[in-house]
Design a protein around this ligand. Structure first.
Ligand code: ADP
Ligand code: MG
Length: 263
């Protein structure tokens, strides 16, 4: 008898602050899960398209983007690209997405578009285990779409002074989404990024985060590692670019931790 496949876990990678490691986390966590034989789709929801570039899909190849997918104008099959990492699929983004706020205006149902797109029966054919959504650095209609579509939010938190202060706005937005379109939205975890444990500042930020957020903070921390910042220019995840780097080890550990929290 065919084994019943579990529905894909949909995780929004979100923080309204730019440069905190959302895209780096989406790409490398995705690649690490894919290497553990999970089928992963990364949805690039940032008009900057960094995840698309970082996974080797140049702008001229992005005929169909996450915007058309969101609007229901493209099927999953038409929107999805394979990447160099087996089992890691991508729906790319272009700057077209930057008009989403305006274009969607106050159209009825504008915040549930992505949820609708990801729930359509054709998605089943992709046989996905995980869907990671790389959010833009803002709490705009695109990020709201991600939070409405997701089961959980993974929050990269850059290890710096005032890191926690920046979280309150995101937490308020998560609460609002719970009160309206997505009551069961969970926080998957907070991942400390760009951590240099040799510095007392990093130690302080980590202690502060663990004290205030408790178990929400992943045990795994992502170190500051230059290989992580180099990999995208080689159109590779760090797991391909330099598997022995500390960055690769950290994202493998994060994938293992995420999977162990599943049951
Ligand atoms: P976001 O998507 O939140 O804007 P990115 O993932 O693009 O953030 O990261 C911002 C910059 O920091 C990028 O240049 C990226 O390569 C770099 N970066 C991210 N994480 C690390 C890390 N752990 N170590 C070193 N550089 C990093
Ligand atoms: Mg980004």
């Amino acid at each position: 008898m065919a084994e019943q496949r579990k529905a894909a876990r949909i995780i929004a990678v979100a923080n309204q602050k730019g440069g905190v490691g959302k895209t780096t986390t989406a790409i490398n966590l995705g690649a690490a899960l894919a290497r553990r034989d999970r089928r992963v789709l990364l949805v690039d929801l940032d008009p900057q398209g960094n995840a698309s570039t970082g996974l080797g899909i140049p702008p001229e190849d992005r005929n169909v983007t996450s915007f058309e997918f969101l609007l229901g104008e493209a099927s999953p099959q038409d929107a999805v690209h394979e990447t160099a990492t087996p089992n890691l699929l991508l729906i790319p983004a272009t700057s077209d997405l930057s008009g989403a706020d305006l274009e969607l205006g106050d159209r009825q149902g504008r915040t549930t578009l992505l949820r609708g797109a990801l729930r359509q029966p054709l998605m089943g054919e992709l046989a996905l285990d995980y869907i990671l959504i790389d959010c833009p650095p803002s709490l705009n209609v695109l990020t709201i779409n991600a939070l409405v579509a997701a089961q959980s939010v993974l929050v990269p938190l850059q290890s710096e002074f005032f890191a926690l202060e920046g979280l309150s706005q995101l937490m308020l937005t998560i609460r609002e989404v719970r009160q309206t379109a997505n009551p069961s939205l969970r926080i998957e975890g907070v991942a400390l990024t760009m951590v240099d444990r040799r510095t007392s500042l990093a130690q302080m930020v980590e202690a502060d985060a663990r004290e205030n957020l408790g178990d929400l903070v992943f045990q795994t921390v992502i170190p500051r590692n230059v290989r992580l910042s180099e990999a995208p220019s080689h159109a590779q995840s760090v797991l391909d670019y330099d598997p022995s780097s500390s960055g690769a080890a950290a994202y493998r550990a994060l994938a293992a931790e995420l999977m162990s929290r599943e049951s």
